[in-house]
Design a protein around this ligand. Sequence first.
Ligand SMILES: Nc1ncnc2c1ncn2[C@@H]1O[C@H](COP(=O)(O)OP(=O)(O)O)[C@@H](O)[C@H]1O
Ligand SMILES: [Mg+2]
Length: 270
Amino acid sequence: MTSSAVPATIQTSHLTRRFGDFTALKDLNLTVERGQVFGLLGPNGAGKSTAIKILTTLLDATSGSATVAGFDVATHALEVRRRIGYVPQLLSADGALTARENLELSARLYGLRGGLRTRRVQEALALAGIETMATHLVRTLSGGMVRRLEIAQATLHYPEVLFLDEPTIGLDPMARRTVWERLLQLRQAMGVTILLSTHDMEEADYLCDALAILHRGQLASVGPPAQLKAQVGADASLNEVFAHFSGAVLEQTGHYRDVRDSRYAAMRRG
Ligand SMILES: Nc1ncnc2c1ncn2[C@@H]1O[C@H](COP(=O)(O)OP(=O)(O)O)[C@@H](O)[C@H]1O
Ligand SMILES: [Mg+2]
């Protein structure tokens, strides 16, 4: 399989987003191949959510372009939307509905009907590992269960590409692991391409085939975790890789204090 035979599932070219005078995303060039788990890694404010919102057609780019599943996000938004699933950073499941009702609602939104809808909802409950909780109100479920439910909701229509914005933020280590296993299982079962954002180095290392390190809206480095580590030193951890590449951006842009502060914040959260 050569890269010329199979078009990339996500491709961005000089993707840029400004908010007034502030540039949240600058000149981003990314290629995500089909079937990859791709990580956007960076501290708070790096531009991860901005990139994901543009790729999911929720936000317009200021300049540059992007294709997802073969369609331009700006000119063919509907075609893109049909082919993607999206798990936003903030809670998206409705706590006042049961797990099954949440899935039914999403299935209707995706236009699934009749027997197919019933089958997909049942399958989703099983894959999320929450079959026994189907009739429980979502607000009574654990954080890990809710996240797995949200992933199930976002994949009912068997999307080609799944976007997740910080999927395990706030989860305890056990719950985080069940989400990771669920994502790997989804890729195995559906062949879905996954793009996720995270500031969690362990998550990036465990899940991702390739990483893009974003810092202050710019791509600091991109490659498989092992390759990024090798560029920094034989025994480098991803934490060190991250510090190294955000340091490289620092040399270009100055502002030591800002970088130090954001890194400190990322470490405290991590
Ligand atoms: N709607 C907006 N208006 C103004 N600034 C924004 C808006 N959305 C994001 N930003 C700014 O853009 C930068 C990147 O934000 P975001 O993409 O949310 O970062 P991340 O997801 O990596 O934490 C931040 O400095 C944020 O404050
Ligand atoms: Mg974000």
